[in-house]
Write a protein that binds this ligand. Structure first.
Ligand code: GLU
Length: 320
């Protein structure tokens, strides 16, 4: 490496390193726990971006607490891209929930990925079969940086359960949950996630038998919010779970967000690399197997980044 130089673009620090074979730009995508889907998906994105740019773009895949942390890290400029649930994206832009009265107006949508399901899993010993049964139990609602924490609170409140007073609510990172459930240290945990994933696989294959708890009574929540939809936990992916049939829940899309100040060319290149290698994405993680270019324009709750818009126009996905 002959020279390294730093430049600041609209308050953003990018690192350009001049090497024997040209300049390199280093960027970071924020993901989630290693036991989720965001992290392996971030690694697939890294792979296609580096391959398409022939190593000129170098992408680090950062583990994180999840959607809320990723949005905050994108906004602070610590990372250039973040994976985030479409509902948290909506709330950030509109100044709701974690961002109450503080709208994140510079947050930008790049594209969406797989669907996520709010998944509630409980040990057989806990006796939990319904949301009502959570009262008084040790339930992980999620760490403050996670996307599931907001979903758990919305769902519990919709059925008249106060997460602060009616449960023994825990705020642990999701990486700890499957082990704690299996060790009998926790009765249930919420995880908003694509399927299959490492956490639920670990939780369902341990010594203790576990079951998915139906998330019902959410019609009012769905009607009042533009981002939730009715869905089901694909229980067939976890053959050792104790289950009698399809498990209803609510869900949303996963999205990739960025900041208005991230240069258009960079966003264009990342989006193009992903869209032109969709087969790789579909093959490398089962949660991505249903991706379509048109579907990846859904879940847009923040303004579209101009770099992404350029690619979508060029690819004929947007005609305006
Ligand atoms: N939806 C989760 C969150 O935002 C992360 C899921 C995953 O890592 O796949 O915290």
């Amino acid at each position: 490496m002959k020279a390294i130089k730093f430049f600041i673009s609209c308050g953003f620090l990018f690192v350009l390193a001049a090497c024997g074979n040209g300049e390199r730009t280093f960027l970071t995508i924020g993901t989630g726990s290693q036991t989720g889907v965001y992290y392996p998906v971030g690694n697939v994105i890294k792979q296609v971006v580096e391959q398409e740019s022939e190593g000129r773009l170098r992408m680090s895949v950062a583990t994180s607490g999840g959607s809320v942390q990723n949005i905050n890290d994108v906004m602070s400029g610590a990372i250039q891209f973040g994976i985030a649930q479409a509902d948290r994206q909506y709330q950030a832009v509109n100044g709701l929930s974690n961002w109450e009265d503080d709208p994140q107006t510079a947050l930008r949508f790049a594209f969406s990925l797989h669907p996520e399901v709010v998944t509630l899993i409980a040990s057989e010993e806990s006796g939990i079969r319904t949301l009502e049964d959570l009262r008084g139990k040790r339930v992980n609602i999620g760490s403050p940086g996670s996307g599931q924490r907001g979903n758990a609170i919305d769902i519990l409140q919709a059925v008249g359960i106060d997460p602060e007073n009616d449960l023994r609510a825990l705020s642990l990172t999701v990486g700890e949950c499957a082990g704690r459930l299996q060790d009998g240290l926790m009765d249930a945990y919420f995880y908003t996630v694509g399927h299959p994933n490492g956490s639920i696989t670990e939780a369902t294959t341990g010594r203790l038998r576990v079951r998915f708890v139906p998330i019902t009574g959410q019609e009012g929540l769905i009607e009042a919010s533009p981002f939730y939809s009715l869905t089901e936990v694909p229980v067939e992916l976890y053959p050792r779970a104790l289950q009698e049939g399809p498990v209803p829940s609510i869900g949303m899309l996963t999205t990739v967000v960025t900041h208005a100040d991230v240069p258009d060319d960079l966003v264009y290149e990342v989006v193009k690399s992903v869209f032109e290698n969709l087969d790789d994405l579909r093959q490398q993680h089962q949660a991505l197997s249903q991706l379509t270019p048109e579907g990846m324009l859904q879940g847009q709750n923040a303004p579209l980044h101009p770099g992404a818009l350029r690619y979508f126009r060029e690819a004929g996905l947007i005609n305006e």
